[in-house]
Design a protein around this ligand. Structure first.
Ligand code: MG
Length: 324
């Protein structure tokens, strides 16, 4: 038992060191490069690889037949999904967890619905008609095809503790994801992130070699005296700050909403040995503010903008690896 704890501590320290090592700023492409290409698709990840990122940020779910797939939404999202007959979904679609992978693969997620609010948020996203919801294994294979042996994967478990009927439970979800990551031989290049900290506790028990990333926002942390359903029983009142909660939970990385980050919080997280990688900064002014704060990485829908900001500061940049 003591040995297991020691082994886990060493593995985590190594993972954290790899992530906070001076030159290695963690440039993360959010859902691939959502500002430029369809989110969470192979063309999107290929776009991020061609730009050059440290990490592909992506979301996952598990199909009825147990396949880990890459999707932000527990239900097929009518803003990005067309049915096999080419028609747009006319409302929230079926749960991913209610479909077998073969059924899921018939939907097209290569374009944002024209005229939607979502389309207005990402006017520069180039459509790739025919793009499908990929399996996590397909993303690993894409990276192999690009010849990229260093890019990392920051995989989010899309599970909502207030909607337990819509996905696998936290332990089963974590086990399925760990199995898929290990099957791809990518455990050393993967972090697992979640707003639902129960899944991260399950990952720690299942896979000590995989560092866990604690996503937070004021809404999921809650007011303080009561444990929010998202924080696996931890109460802000008992710890005094969100980074202290993350540390107590065994996290290696804290990923807060970027607007919630202050100099004092960054300093506290670093004192605790946590890397700080906020989501999701797209405006150049926000990116500059975060770089001034000394964060260890940034998640952006526009990895090209993030690269430009880092280049202007003379920072080392990850090598672009276009997929042939
Ligand atoms: Mg995500």
């Amino acid at each position: 038992m003591a040995f297991a704890r020691l082994r886990r501590a060493i593995l985590l320290a190594a993972a954290t060191l790899a992530m906070t090592d001076g030159a290695a700023f963690d440039l993360q492409g959010h859902r691939g490069a959502r500002g430029l290409a369809p989110e969470n698709t192979l063309p999107g990840f290929a776009r991020a690889l061609a730009i050059g990122v440290t990490t592909l940020e992506l979301d996952c779910g598990v199909t009825r037949d147990g396949v880990v797939v890459v999707s932000h939404d527990r239900r097929l999202n009518p803003d990005i999904t067309r049915r096999p007959d080419g028609m747009w979904l006319d409302g929230p679609g079926p749960l991913i967890h209610s479909l077998d992978y073969a059924e899921l693969a018939r939907y097209d997620v290569g374009r944002i619905r024209p005229g939607s609010e979502y389309a207005k948020r990402f006017p520069g996203q180039a459509a790739v008609d025919g793009a499908r919801i990929p399996r996590l294994a397909d993303v690993f294979a894409l990276v192999e095809r690009a010849g990229n042996r260093t890019v990392r994967f920051n995989v989010e478990t899309k599970i909502d503790p207030t909607r337990p009927e819509e996905t696998l439970g936290p332990e089963a979800f974590a086990r399925a994801l760990v199995r898929a990551v290990r099957a791809g031989g990518m455990a050393r290049r993967t972090t697992i992130q979640s707003f639902d900290w129960r899944t991260l506790r399950a990952v720690q028990a299942e896979a000590p070699e995989i560092a866990t990333v604690y996503l937070s926002t004021a809404d999921t942390i809650g007011p303080g005296d009561r444990a929010s359903p998202w924080t696996a029983g931890l109460r802000p009142r008992d710890h005094g700050s969100v980074p202290a909660m993350v540390k107590a939970a065994g996290g290696a990385i804290w990923s807060p909403g970027h607007a919630e980050l202050t100099p004092a919080l960054v300093a506290e997280a670093h004192r605790l040995g946590l890397a700080v990688i906020p989501w999701t900064a797209n405006a150049p002014a926000d990116i500059e503010r975060l770089l001034d704060l000394g964060v260890d990485g940034i998640i952006s829908d526009y990895p090209d903008r993030l690269r430009a900001a880092l280049a202007a500061r003379g920072r080392a940049l990850p090598t672009p690896t276009p997929v042939p």
